[in-house]
Design a protein around this ligand. Structure first.
Ligand SMILES: [Fe+2]
Length: 222
């Protein structure tokens, strides 16, 4: 009987800035992507049915209460940079590259929406999101620089392929993220945001972009 064997291909080592860029640009089933979306659909979104909740969410963004999480103490970080076993070192670099690609992907998409959409509600949200994701990406890039590496973000933006992402998923990702954070300090908010979100999708026939709260749904045409 023949024995079927498979050989897992080890990823190329990450040792230079060029290899960092290659890894950041690589495409696989699970690698983070860059996105574009339906800007016209976002333009048409009407948040008035959930005005109170929408304003509360934006007030949280405006408060920027986790700003201090991304303040870098250079001396403390320098002390933490240490030699890791080679395999762990590679995994850590891979983790940083994947993370920065993901954070910067959000930053690019949100900033593009902010520039191309005049809808004041969407524009305000995207302004805050761009601020946050830019901060996250730069924070991680500093960590890569601790190892003498770093991602050329302008080059990455110019050369990485983009994938279409429905507006409703953008809203799910942004509003669910904020609600999840709220739930962590507010255990009385009832069912999970994921449950409420999927219920909203069903009620809107699966064709509307819905941003839901406990008491309302905002809709767009797709
Ligand atoms: Fe982020």
């Amino acid at each position: 009987m023949n024995t079927l064997t498979t050989t897992a291909q080890a990823p190329a080592p990450i040792e230079t800035r060029e290899q960092v860029m290659q890894r950041a640009k690589s495409e696989s089933l699970i690698s983070p992507r860059f996105y574009t979306t339906d800007f016209a659909a976002l333009e048409r979104m009407d948040m008035s049915p959930l005005r109170e909740q929408w304003e509360a969410m934006l007030a949280e963004y405006e408060g920027d209460n986790n700003h201090d999480h991304f303040t870098r103490d250079e001396e403390a970080f320098r002390r933490e940079v240490r030699e890791l076993p080679p395999e762990l070192h590679q995994e850590f670099l891979d983790f940083l590259i994947t993370s920065i690609t993901s954070e910067f992907s959000g930053c690019v998409l949100y900033n593009e929406i902010r520039k191309r959409v005049d809808n004041p509600d969407i524009k305000r949200l995207m302004t805050y999101l761009t601020r946050d994701e830019s901060r996250h990406a730069n924070f991680i890039n500093h960590s890569l620089r601790d190892y003498g590496l770093g991602v050329d973000l302008a080059n990455l933006k110019a050369t990485k392929a983009t994938t279409y992402f429905k507006p409703k998923y953008i809203l799910y990702a942004t509003t669910s993220r904020r609600r999840s954070a709220t739930r962590a300090t507010s255990p009385s908010t009832g069912s999970s945001s994921a449950t409420r979100t999927s219920a909203s999708t069903r009620s809107s026939g699966g064709s509307s972009a819905g941003a839901t709260t406990n008491s309302g749904t905002a809709r767009a045409s797709r």
